[in-house]
Design a protein around this ligand. Structure first.
Ligand code: AGP
Length: 606
């Protein structure tokens, strides 16, 4: 989704804004722009396309020169990607950048048109710029307060008023925004990586707080202009973790970071060989009292929940319902105070997951957030919280966040099973050891990735393919399929292998690739039968199986062999080749792997 930055200080503002926006490119965008105070006048430069298109445009037409301003990368919602719809938008004396959606923009626009205002763009954002100017009487903070009472929807706004050179204003509701504080310079940004080069200190702006940034200070006010004292946050990510560090893409770097991410996530949550989630506010007693568990999330995070369902149900024998957040929030779910609702989200800002959290709290359930981004909305609003410590995930396609999300699912499953006496302490200790061994196992696998490159080379011309599996292999194949779709743009579906013959097998034609995940020993023979069914109909089978299995002649066209770990823990191992196959297929097709078309990293609108 859109990225916002703002700067006031002593450096060349345009350069800082472009640099900071480049750190938000991962969020996905189709146009970019900046507004900078030059000799006390606001100069705007904007362009459809990438940041480099904006930079080239400024090279030809002149780059605004000054030390204060705002910048934006736009992911189109209202109005096509174009120069005129790119931000910043002006409304007379006010210029703004916006992330979010103004839901009542039509009514506000009609009102402003009646008042004689003209609009230059098709965006909802320009309405806010015009409304700010309409009500402006010389006091920016009271004008912002007034306007946001009329505006419905979600927003993070960076605002400059022509009368207040070298001052940047900001306000947010639902869309994320931080306020960075450096030596003689202040920043706003949608996410921490944008400011890491300049400072690690920042404030989290809460809903309807207004930030006023000048060179020497950043002050935060409530809607009645009362100053708010806030606790300074210090980013524990460094620049290196937000840079590619020699890898061709962030996606590949993040796949390689997985062993370490697992260690950092699980180690603090294990004591005396057993799971210990007390620092997250979770005790065996808390977990023991729930009648059922909902896991609600979107995309990859929901797939991590699918693995969680299989593992929790198998070990702890408690029903787990996995829901897509955008469905959950509108299907009047039967959630009660006896239920636990787990919200999984890398960003902690996904609009549908946030709404699902809010609804669950309203229905009286206890909520637990599993989140990667510190201080994000979901992290702050859930009753209990487990941070995954994956570090910043920059590639749009999630890999290491998924890995640590499932690592946390395992810890929870072990803890619940133990609390419910479904496993003994000794069994639990064994499971923990298996989990602790996984980073080393993955490390070993990552030394030998040629096989996945070879498999990918055989997929690049496919129009469509299927991922099949049973049980945990099915849960996992959902993620493999999504990963491939996202970055390679090849259509794919994941299917429960046993369900194929109820319709989907009609899709199989000569040469259609089928990636068959067959790691679960208890279901192995059944999956092999399903593989034979597709093979007999001409499928080109890529078999993902254990290294102690020798496929019979003619079963598979190629085979990726996995280290022979326990069934229950296998998804953590088996997902690695699926991620790499998706990655290399996209690379070989020449795609923009880290910023796939049409996608945004953090989906902060419905
Ligand atoms: C995964 O590769 C995708 N980028 C996407 O499905 C993502 O997992 C989903 O949008 C949820 O995001 P969240 O984890 O930040 O809530």
């Amino acid at each position: 989704m859109c990225g916002i930055v703002g700067y006031v200080g002593y450096r060349n503002c345009a350069d800082v804004l472009i640099d900071a926006l480049s750190k938000l490119e991962y969020r996905g965008y189709d146009s970019a722009g900046i507004a900078v105070f030059e000799n006390e006048e606001i100069k705007v430069a904007k362009s459809q396309g990438r940041l480099k298109d904006l930079s080239e445009k400024m090279l030809k037409e002149g780059k605004p020169s000054g030390t204060a301003g705002i910048g934006h990368t736009r992911w189109a919602t209202h109005g096509e990607p174009s120069d005129k719809n790119s931000h910043p938008h002006e409304g007379g004396r006010v210029t703004i950048v916006h992330n979010g959606i103004i839901e009542n923009y039509k009514n506000l626009k009609d009102f402003l048109i009646k008042e004689g205002r003209c609009f230059k763009s098709d965006t909802d954002t320009e309405v806010v710029a015009q409304l700010l100017d309409y009500y402006y009487e010389g006091n920016p903070v009271s004008t912002i307060s007034r306007v946001i009472t009329e505006v419905e929807g979600s927003y993070a706004l960076g605002i400059v008023f022509a009368d207040f050179p070298d001052t940047v204003f900001a306000v947010r509701k639902e869309s994320p925004l931080i306020v960075g504080v450096g030596e003689n310079e202040s920043f706003i940004a949608s996410d921490v990586p944008a400011i890491l080069k300049y400072t690690r200190n920042y404030y989290l702006l809460e809903h309807n707080e207004i930030a006023v940034l000048s060179k020497n200070k950043a002050c935060i006010y409530d809607l009645h202009y009362n100053k708010i004292e806030k606790e300074m946050q210090v980013a524990d990510w460094d620049m290196d973790s937000a840079e590619k560090g020699g890898y061709e893409h962030f996606m590949l770097k993040e796949i390689f970071e997985q062993p370490n991410a697992i260690k950092t996530t699980i180690t603090p949550r294990i004591s005396d060989g057993l799971p210990n989630l007390e620092e997250c506010g979770i005790t065996p007693e808390t977990l023991n009292k729930f009648k059922q568990i909902f896991i609600v999330a979107c995309g990859t995070a929901m797939h991590a929940g699918m693995v969680g369902k299989y593992v929790i149900e198998k070990l702890a024998r408690i029903p787990v319902i996995v829901d897509i957040a955008s469905e959950f929030r509108y299907r009047e779910p039967i959630v009660t105070k006896d239920d636990l609702v787990i919200i999984i989200s890398q960003s902690g800002e996904t609009a549908d997951s946030r709404a699902a959290l809010e609804l669950s709290k309203k229905l009286g359930a206890k909520t637990l957030a599993i989140v990667n981004v510190k201080g994000s909305t979901i992290a702050r609003e859930a009753d209990m919280l487990i941070y995954t410590h994956a570090g910043p995930e920059i590639a749009v396609a999630s890999t290491k966040a998924y890995m640590v999300q499932i690592a946390v699912m395992y810890l929870l499953a072990f803890e619940i099973a133990l609390a419910k006496n479904k496993i003994t302490t000794e069994e639990c200790k064994k499971l923990i050891v298996m989990l602790q061994d996984i980073p080393e196992t993955i490390q070993g696998m990552l030394k030998n990735i040629e096989e996945t490159q070879y498999i990918a080379s055989g997929l690049i011309n496919a129009d469509s393919l299927l991922y099949i599996g049973r049980g945990l292999d099915y849960a996992l194949s959902m993620e493999g399929s999504l990963k491939l779709k996202e970055v390679s743009y090849i259509h794919s579906e994941s299917y429960a292998a046993g369900e194929l013959k109820h319709g989907t097998i009609s899709l199989i034609s000569e040469g259609m690739p089928v990636i068959a995940v067959a790691t679960q020993t208890d279901l192995f023979d059944k999956t092999i039968s399903n593989i034979k069914e597709v093979k007999a109909r001409g499928a080109k089978v890529v078999l993902i199986c254990r290294d102690n299995y020798e496929p019979e002649e003619g079963l598979a066209d190629c085979c990726f062999k996995l280290p022979n770990v326990d069934n229950i823990i296998m998804p953590m191992v088996a997902v690695v080749p699926l991620q790499l196959i998706a990655y290399y297929t996209a690379v070989l097709r020449g795609n923009d792997v880290d910023k796939p078309r049409n996608l945004a990293k953090s989906v902060t609108v419905e």
